[in-house]
Structures are given as structure tokens and as C-alpha cells.
Design a protein around this ligand. Structure first.
Ligand code: FAD
Ligand code: SIN
Length: 533
């Protein structure tokens, strides 16, 4: 990558980044230059690992937009923005048709032209379209092969966006980014008329997570440093069922298993979900994860069981081939025995505040996908609504950018990256130690069940870490581990502060000090503003 002007820089190659790139490449014509960058390989990101599917209203006889809207609002525990929910779900069918048109192969009913729709927690209908249990891989591979064919998209793998550059004349306008080439460790400034953050979530801030290594909240931290507000960071979703095995790095066991009747049981075989919610295994995720956490703490067990052995071997192998094979590689035959599972951090419901076009607080800066806060998920995201959000908001942001593009010029003269006063570090241990410490106290003090006292301890620790990280940042040449740690520490503080402000329990935020919902005082978003820091 050189210091050349782009019309649009898109940071991230997950569902959100790929869709907006394809929409813009098609609609702005070959004269527009689009840079599409990923800090890792093109496929690495949560999208590639998505299992269950994409929620959409595709069956107009049994299902309806009203029903999907109502389920989403219910799962969001009073905090979803109704306009965002309606907007997203109304476009769900078109989004799926777009994917099918782009060659994504979804699973069919046996011997039929009809797509197979599965069910997940919170959904009152079968409405989750999927490609067996590897929906993200199917989506990612199709869209990546297409961006590679677009002459006006330039692809940059292993390029990590370090910070946004705001105009020296107008601090409320984004004019480009600083990028680290992680192979050469060189930083350059790249001017662009528009910048799109499609950088995914921040679940790596927790010790145990279903997410890949890329989910370090870079977009949220960069936008925050540049002056954007963020909302609802206390609502980090914990997926109830990740494989419990010393060698499985938080492998997800899809909620679709429960959609097909799998039961959660204690190690002695006793089912327990009926004690917590009449929807049992198909209650929304916040309820199921909290129930498992409660039972593990009550019984002292390290895990609970998820049992799908009531289904035939043929059914399991056909619908869940990835999960079947992965579990078998650890010696667990899921057709014959229950799967040991634990909850793990899975999804960032909060993020950079945007409108329905993905526009942030800063001109020429858009945010889409998991990094954004659109108001869709409220206090708890319903299963399979995330990929849908990526696809819908990528499209609306593309339309807005296309409309505004002719009004802007690129500013080729950006302040150059200055590393004249730093040296190479021989203290890498500080970075690795702080990564571990941060993720551990976030898991222990700011996890599924919270308390004022633990939040306060976490706040003190994050402040200490931030001071150490800032010193290190000022003294030494940067690398990806340091950049990601700095971003994780920012995100951790935003989560802790948001959790401290919400003095009630709602959705994914459960605190022993305020165990009940308080609609009189807290029926609103937790908004944090950089100027107040
Ligand atoms: P991602 O797909 O995470 O992509 C982020 C991109 O940004 C990556 O390319 C990354 O390299 C890049 N990036 C990040 N920071 C930088 C930086 N500083 N510089 C350059 N590049 C950067 N949701 C559903 O709706 N249905 C499901 O079935 C489902 N299953 C899931 C299963 C798993 C195991 C996981 C982890 C999540 C699942 N989710 C599911 C959630 C969903 O997959 C994600 O929310 C969604 O894929 C996020 O897409 P995204 O485009 O916003 O980000
Ligand atoms: C899953 O397959 O359980 C994940 C679905 C999601 O996160 O929406």
C-alpha cells in the first residue's frame, strides 16, 4: 500500500465489509477506487466462523415481518430501537436474495427446492436460513471470490488500521487512516474521501470467547479516540454453548442444535432449563447463559451437557457436519454422547453510534456490522440477527456514500506518521502479560454476573494498565499486539463504565447489587461521550 488517494477505504472483510465493497464497486463505476483492508487474511473474522445462519422472513404463510419484529423487541428487553428493527427486518428477504444471487448455497429441505429453515433462541418461527452449520464460510467464500474480480477494489491483507485521521481544519471530518503493514512493520498515512469501519466486535476482551483473534474492538477504539460516541457497551453477549475441552479454543456449538431439540442437562443427566424459563432451551441467550452459569456455580461443575442424541446419526451428520467432525476430533461422538459445554463471550451488542445509513458522529466516517450500534439488538441480540444487520446496513451505507461521493475531494497531504522518537522494544513481555491480565479480570469481574465491588476493582486495574500501555506506546515502535492491546484496554474501560452506570439488571447486564429491571430509571441507552473523558 502506498500513500495514494482512495475514494473509499473499507476496514474489514467480514459480511459487512464485503457487502459494502461489492455494492460500491458496482454502483460507483470503475472510476472509483476502493481499498478493502484486513489486518489478517481476507477470510479471518467472525463471519467466516458463523454457524447457525441468518434470520429472515422467507415464509409468508407461517411467518411475518411483525412476528420477527416482535421476537427481536422481546429479546432486546425493552431497549431495541423500533425504527431500526423494522428497517432491518423489512429488508431481510432482499438481503437473502442478494446473497443467493451472489452464489451463496443455502441448505435445502430433503428432496425439495425449498430452503431448510431452522430455529434458534427467541424466535417463535423457523426463520433461520443456513448452509448446514457453516453458513459464514459459505457466505465468506462466495463474496471473497467476487471482490477479487472487481477491477476497482484493491485488496490489502495483513494491513492493520491504527488510527483515523481527522482533518486539521475540521476535527469532525475523517480524511483517512494510518495503516500498519504487519509484514514490514511500517506505518503509512492513507487519504480517502470516505472511511468505513467494518471491523467486527470486541469479545477478545474476555478470556474465554467464541470469537477469532481479530475481534479486538479496533473500530470502536479508533472511533472513540477520533471523537465518536458509543452506546450500550455493557451488553456483551455470552453464547451459552461453547465446547468445553482443554484443546478446543472456544469452539462454538450452534444454537441450532437446541433449535432441533437438543437438551441442556447437568452432568448427572438432569435437565434444568424448565426452572428458568418456559421456553426452556429456546429462551433468548441471556437467560440460557445465566441459567448455565448459575447451575455451574451451584453444583461446582466445570461444564454442563448439551444432548442431541435423540436425533438420528444421519440427521446429525447432515445438519451439523462441522460440529460433528470437530467434536469427534476431540473424542466426543455427539450422535452417541452429550457434549460438554460452557458459556463464552460471543457478541458486542454496543458499539459506535450510527444512524440507519451507518453514519457516525464524524463526517465521512461510517460504521457497519458488529462494530456499530444501530439500536437493533437492545439489551440482548437475538440469534442470527447479526449477519442480517451486517448485510442490511452495508447496503444503506453504500447508498449514502454513493450519494455524497461527488461532493468531496481527497486531501493528499495528511500529517505523516512520526516514529522518529521511538525505538525497538526488548520488553515484549509487558505486552503479553497485560493481554492476559486484562482478559482475565474482565472475565472474572465484568462477566456474566456482575457486582459493584468487582466493577470498581476492574476499573482500577484498567486505569493502571492504560498508563503502562500509553508509556510503552510512546517509547517503542508499534506492532499489531501492542495496537490491539491498546484498543482492548479502551474497550474494557467503556464496558466497565457502561456497566457501572446501569444500576439495574436487564438483558445481558446482570448485577447482584441491582437484580431487577428498573423501567422507571433505565429504559434508555447508556451513551458515553469522548469529551467527558
Ligand atoms: P467480522 O466478520 O468479525 O470481520 C471483521 C473484519 O475486520 C476482519 O476482516 C478483520 O480482519 C478486520 N479488522 C478488524 N480490525 C481491523 C483493523 N484494525 N485493521 C484492519 N482490519 C481490521 N451471527 C449470525 O447472525 N448468525 C450466526 O450463525 C452466527 N454464528 C456465529 C458463530 C461464531 C463462532 C461467531 C464468532 C459469531 C457468530 N455470529 C453469528 C456473529 C456474526 O458472525 C458476527 O457478528 C458477524 O460476522 C460480524 O461481521 P462483521 O463484518 O461486522 O465483522
Ligand atoms: C449459533 O449458531 O449459535 C450462533 C448464532 C448467532 O450468534 O447468531
Amino acid at each position: 500500500m502506498n500513500t495514494e488517494c482512495f475514494d473509499i477505504i473499507i476496514i474489514g472483510t467480514g459480511a459487512a465489509g464485503l457487502r459494502i465493497a461489492l455494492e460500491l464497486a458496482q454502483t460507483t463505476g470503475v472510476s472509483s477506487q476502493i481499498a478493502l483492508i484486513s489486518k489478517s487474511s481476507l477470510q479471518e473474522g467472525s463471519t467466516f466462523y458463523a454457524q447457525g445462519g441468518i434470520a429472515a422472513v422467507l415464509d409468508n404463510i407461517h411467518d411475518s415481518i411483525e412476528s420477527h419484529v416482535s421476537d427481536t423487541l422481546k429479546a432486546g428487553a425493552g431497549l431495541c430501537h423500533k425504527d431500526s428493527v423494522q428497517f432491518t427486518i423489512e429488508q431481510s428477504k432482499t438481503a437473502i436474495e442478494w446473497l443467493i444471487g451472489r452464489g451463496v448455497k443455502f441448505s435445502h429441505e430433503e428432496n425439495s427446492n425449498q430452503y431448510h429453515l431452522t430455529r434458534e433462541g427467541g424466535h417463535t418461527h423457523r426463520r433461520v436460513i443456513h448452509a448446514t452449520d457453516a453458513t459464514g464460510k459459505a457466505l465468506s467464500e462466495s463474496l471473497i471470490s467476487q471482490v477479487k474480480q472487481c477491477p476497482n477494489i484493491k485488496l490489502f491483507e495483513h494491513h492493520l488500521a491504527v488510527d483515523l485521521i481527522v482533518s486539521p481544519q475540521n476535527k469532525k471530518q475523517c480524511v483517512g487512516i494510518y495503516v500498519l503493514d504487519t509484514k514490514t512493520n511500517k506505518v503509512i498515512e492513507v487519504p480517502a474521501k470516505f472511511t468505513v469501519l467494518a471491523t467486527g466486535g470486541a469479545s477478545k476482551v474476555y478470556l474465554y470467547t467464541s470469537n477469532p483473534d481479530s475481534s479486538t474492538g479496533d473500530g470502536i477504539a479508533m472511533a472513540w479516540r477520533a471523537g465518536c460516541r458509543v452506546a450500550n457497551m455493557e451488553f456483551n453477549q455470552f453464547h451459552p454453548t461453547c465446547l468445553y475441552h482443554p484443546k478446543a479454543k472456544s469452539f462454538l456449538i450452534s444454537e441450532a442444535l437446541r433449535g432441533e431439540g437438543a437438551k441442556l442437562k447437568l452432568i448427572n443427566g438432569t435437565p434444568f432449563m424448565h426452572k428458568f424459563d418456559q421456553r426452556e432451551e429456546l429462551a433468548p441467550r441471556d437467560i440460557v447463559a445465566q441459567a448455565i452459569d448459575y447451575e455451574m456455580k451451584r453444583t461446582g461443575a466445570d461444564f454442563v451437557h448439551l444432548d442431541i442424541t435423540h436425533k438420528s446419526e444421519a440427521f446429525i451428520r447432515e445438519h451439523f457436519p462441522t460440529i460433528y467432525k470437530r467434536c469427534l476430533s476431540f473424542g466426543i461422538d455427539i450422535t452417541k454422547e452429550p457434549i460438554p459445554v460452557v458459556p463464552a463471550a460471543h457478541y458486542t451488542c454496543g458499539g459506535i453510534i450510527t444512524d440507519l445509513d451507518g453514519q457516525t458522529d464524524i463526517a465521512n466516517l461510517f460504521a457497519i456490522g458488529e462494530t456499530a450500534f444501530t439500536g437493533l439488538h437492545g439489551a440482548n441480540r437475538m440469534a442470527s440477527n447479526s449477519l442480517l444487520e451486517c448485510l442490511v446496513f452495508a447496503k444503506s451505507a453504500a447508498e449514502k456514500i454513493k450519494e455524497e461521493l461527488p461532493n468531496y475531494e481527497c486531501d493528499p497531504l495528511l500529517p505523516p506518521w512520526d516514529d522518529s522518537r521511538v525505538t525497538g522494544s526488548e520488553e515484549g513481555v509487558v505486552v503479553t502479560h497485560n493481554w492476559d491480565e486484562l482478559r482475565r479480570f474482565m472475565w472474572n469481574y465484568v462477566g456474566i454476573v456482575r457486582k459493584n465491588k468487582r466493577l470498581l476493582l476492574a476499573k482500577q486495574r484498567v486505569k493502571l494498565l492504560q498508563r503502562e500501555i500509553d508509556d510503552y506506546y510512546r517509547q517503542y515502535l508499534i506492532n499489531n499486539d501492542l495496537i490491539e492491546l491498546r484498543n482492548l484496554a479502551t474497550v474494557a474501560e467503556l464496558i466497565i463504565d457502561s456497566a457501572m452506570q446501569r444500576k439495574e439488571s436487564r438483558g445481558l447486564h446482570y448485577t447482584l447489587d441491582y437484580p431487577y429491571k428498573d423501567d422507571n430509571t433505565f429504559l434508555h441507552d447508556t451513551i458515553l461521550t469522548p469529551e467527558n473523558y
